[in-house]
Design a binder for this molecule. Structure first.
Ligand SMILES: [Zn+2]
Length: 138
């Protein structure tokens, strides 16, 4: 399995059965799959999502969006439950218009599931942690 480091962009090769064992990046030694949501930006979104073999769930959000803030704890819970099975990332749609534009994000929160960088599913509106896990695992 390939997992791109969200911190430095290095693409790491990992055995599939080691993904839950807190792997660290071979270049920068930071956690690759910490079980916590990570923030991506226009600068690194494409590199990370296209070079990661795990499903990636993107939460498009913004600080002024009440439902987004309400869903944030559920998204963190889902990230912990999906540790080693999926990468959960957040994109601030105000600060990262290129990525939000590429996906045609019109309302937030919107979750987009990517498989090898390509959209596989989409869900608009805030949902509970269990529903996020189901969305990521479907
Ligand atoms: Zn790294």
């Amino acid at each position: 399995m390939h997992v791109a480091c969200v911190h430095c962009g290095a693409v790491n090769r990992l055995p599939a059965d080691r993904l839950a064992d807190d792997p660290v990046c071979g270049r920068c030694s930071q956690a690759l799959l910490s079980g916590e949501p990570v923030e991506l930006t226009d600068a690194n979104f494409e590199a990370v999502t296209s070079k990661t073999d795990l499903p990636v769930v993107v939460d498009f959000w913004a600080p002024w969006c009440g439902p987004c803030r309400m869903m944030a704890p559920a998204f963190s819970q889902a990230a912990a439950q999906l540790k080693g099975r999926a990468l959960l990332v957040k994109v601030n749609s105000d600060d990262n218009p290129r990525t939000a534009g590429r996906f045609g994000i019109r309302s937030i929160p919107t979750l987009v599931k990517l498989e090898h960088g390509r959209e596989a599913a989409r869900q608009s509106g805030a949902i509970a942690a269990g529903q996020i896990v189901s969305f990521a695992s479907a």
